[in-house]
Ligand binder design. Structure first.
Ligand SMILES: NC(=O)C1=CN([C@@H]2O[C@H](COP(=O)(O)OP(=O)(O)OC[C@H]3O[C@@H](n4cnc5c(N)ncnc54)[C@H](OP(=O)(O)O)[C@@H]3O)[C@@H](O)[C@H]2O)C=CC1
Ligand SMILES: O=C(O)C(=O)[C@@H](O)[C@H](O)C(=O)CO
Length: 266
């Protein structure tokens, strides 16, 4: 699968205003759109694509299977996602969380393998999977995900998980790549780097992620931020700037308390 270097997150973009933001994102240049069954906005994504100036075939659309459908009629869940989004297929469909306590993610993965055979989805992957979860998928089904979408930003840079993904040929996507616009945007080191490149802190963070070999999927409701977040391909961070940003990560740096070792989301 060939994939853009940056995508567009849609969590919290719902209804007519959400559909308008998604339409603008596509017209502004985004070609990778990230949604999920649980965001309840697959309809807004479909509407955004239909009203944009871009043909559906030029846009990669990702959605995700929620934990509550890991063991029954999941194919129908994917079909419902497609009906809502008015699409014939998803380019990428992911398991949203491993939900290890529930322990149904291998069955759910088998369903995604089926859905791919039926042509409902072109590529399949996971989110928030730790090495032990992916090892089990490989062992029990022989099929590896193409993507692992994980929380990743300067305060939580996922060095080990990135290395594991790479060792398996799995692309890492970064969710909440701007740390959900938290205090990270006020960080002094990042502000200094931003000033020296005549960019804003958001652009520095996205550029850092791209140079790490990760695909960030920032969400923005505004044209201004959507355009700024795409304007990250005319400069490079130096090795020492990369190292400075790498050193900001800390074990408790997650935006919310969502450790996939124990976190359950249905
Ligand atoms: N698989 C998973 O488990 C998860 C997946 N995701 C996916 O990742 C996507 C992105 O993550 P998300 O949690 O939305 O958070 P982000 O890190 O993308 O941050 C979004 C926030 O940043 C603001 N923002 C955007 N651009 C800029 C900028 N250049 N400067 C300053 N502020 C900016 C936005 O405001 P404004 O809208 O006003 O521009 C919004 O408040 C989600 O939308 C979703 O698609 C997210 C969480 C979990
Ligand atoms: O947004 C997503 O994809 C999620 O998985 C949610 O858990 C989100 O991270 C959240 O914060 C819900 O409270």
């Amino acid at each position: 699968m060939s994939i853009p270097k940056i995508g567009f997150g849609t969590y919290k973009l719902n209804g007519t205003s959400g559909a308008n933001s998604i339409k603008h994102a596509i017209d502004n240049g985004y070609r990778l759109i990230d949604t999920a069954y649980n965001y309840e906005n697959e309809g807004a994504v479909g509407q955004g694509i239909q009203t944009s100036k871009v043909d559906r075939s030029e846009v990669l659309v990702t959605s995700k299977l929620p934990g509550r459908y890991y063991h029954e009629n999941s194919i129908e869940t994917i079909q419902e996602s497609l009906y809502r989004s008015q699409l014939d297929y998803f380019d990428l469909y992911l398991l949203h969380w491993p939900n290890p306590e529930d322990d149904h993610y291998v069955e759910a993965w088998e369903t995604l393998i089926e859905a791919q055979k039926f042509g409902l989805v072109r590529n399949i992957g996971v989110c928030n999977f730790l090495p032990e979860h992916i090892d089990r998928l490989e062992k029990e089904t022989g099929v590896l995900p193409v993507i692992n979408q994980i929380e990743l930003h300067p305060l939580f840079n996922q060095k080990e998980q990135r290395a594991y993904n790479e060792s398996k040929g799995i692309l890492t996507e970064a969710w909440s790549p701007l740390g959900r616009a938290s205090s990270v945007l006020e960080d002094e080191t990042l502000q200094q780097i931003a000033k020296s490149h005549n960019k804003n802190v958001g652009q520095i963070i996205l550029r850092w992620e791209i140079q790490l070999g990760v695909v960030p999927i920032p969400k923005s409701s505004s044209d201004k931020n959507q355009l700024a977040n795409l304007d990250v391909f005319d400069f490079m961070l130096s090795d020492s700037e990369m190292m400075n940003i790498n050193s900001m990560s800390r074990p408790d740096g997650r935006t919310h308390d969502q450790n996939p070792e124990t976190y359950q989301e249905f």
